[in-house]
Design a protein. Structure first.
Length: 355
């Protein structure tokens, strides 16, 4: 009888709360990049999965409502504002795509377009974006791929002004003129010289390249039976009887399979469910959300992006203001303590624990 009661409690705690695709999660985040001609930048980004909209416009100047006829005189530069779904593509990935679609070594314009109005820049909108952009730029400079220092600055975003309607979706609406311009300007030829023939869809420049999933035989040897069952077979560990449900130490939680950073102790809270619970993932974590109709309920499953590990589920019974609870299996996680972050290869997360 006691065993049946405990099973019922476990079932209720895990499945009795309604999972969601909340409106907060569905809201797109935005990013602003300048990379020379905004027609080309719009075309490069709009083709990617997870991109909701790309708007060509002007930013960085000293006046209101610049136009195509005067934006260069007022200090504005051509840029694009990108609205994206962070559950599909992360800001860190957008940075990778940005770098290999520009010439970051040229501070006097881009390709055949010369002058300040065609210069490059990352316009960050939040402190998190600034940190990620700085990390990405440093990694690029230290990668050995480029022979000279990166000239592209990181600038706090001011007001973004959408360009005239005829500039929006120019690569679609005026495809012949666009293709001729892009060829004449030498953009793709120069990008090949800088980055080789490999496209951004096949090549990553940042630490995402180290987040690899071993084959199943290696995983079977590396993981405990429970860890393997949870991450590879979508199993659920018992509540209150797992490694991290009551862990109060400072640090981050990474995928036990690949090591990709997922959550921070800063966002961990005591949910009373018996599983590690977080109000949000790390800013550069790219969790995959999937509909889960098992166990007679509609839930949102959470998986890691690079290893495709089953992590847990997302519920809408968390603390305000967002009201989200990322309910994660301890068996899918490895904890990296604050004092071990640099040694373990995660030094950029030390900023989370600075007072």
């Amino acid at each position: 009888m006691r065993k049946s009661f405990l099973l019922f409690v476990s079932f209720f705690l895990l499945f009795g709360m309604t999972a969601i695709y909340s409106s907060a999660e569905e809201k797109a985040e935005s990013a602003i990049f300048a990379g020379g001609c905004f027609w080309c930048m719009e075309a490069d980004f709009e083709k990617l999965n997870g991109i909701k909209e790309v708007i060509s416009g002007y930013i960085g100047g000293t006046s209101k409502n610049p136009t195509y006829n005067n934006y260069g005189k007022t200090g504005h530069i051509e840029a694009v504002q990108i609205f994206f779904d962070p559950s599909v593509i992360s800001y860190a990935e957008l940075l990778e795509i940005f770098w290999v679609n520009i010439d970051p070594l040229d501070k006097n314009g881009q390709f055949c377009d010369r002058g300040h109005e065609y210069s490059t820049a990352v316009f960050y909108l939040t402190t998190e974006q600034k940190q990620l952009a700085s990390k990405s730029k440093t990694l690029l400079e230290n990668s050995g791929i480029l022979e000279k220092p990166v000239e592209t600055p990181l600038i706090k975003a001011g007001e973004f002004f959408p360009a005239e309607n005829y500039h929006q979706n120019y690569y679609k609406n005026s495809s012949t003129k666009y293709k001729y311009y892009r060829y004449r300007c030498g953009r793709d030829q120069r990008l090949k010289e800088l980055w080789g023939k490999t496209t951004i869809r096949e090549k990553n420049l940042t630490t995402t390249t180290i987040y690899q999933k071993p084959d199943l035989q290696q995983l079977a040897e590396k993981l405990t039976p429970l860890e393997f069952d949870v991450t590879q077979n979508d199993a659920t560990e018992p509540p209150f009887n797992n490694k991290y449900w009551d862990n109060k130490r400072e640090g981050i939680y990474v995928d036990i399979v690949s090591g990709e950073p997922l959550f921070s102790s800063v966002d961990k809270y005591k949910s009373g469910t018996g599983w590690p619970s977080f109000t949000k993932p790390l800013a550069d974590a790219s969790l995959i959300k999937k509909k889960d109709n098992s166990w007679f309920s509609m839930r949102t499953e959470l998986r890691s992006k690079f290893a495709d590990s089953h992590l847990g589920h997302l519920f809408n019974d968390g603390p305000k203001p967002e009201g989200l609870r990322y309910c994660i299996n301890s068996a899918a996680l490895r904890f990296v303590a604050k004092n071990e972050l640099e040694k373990e290869g995660y030094p950029n997360y030390l900023v989370l624990f600075q007072n």
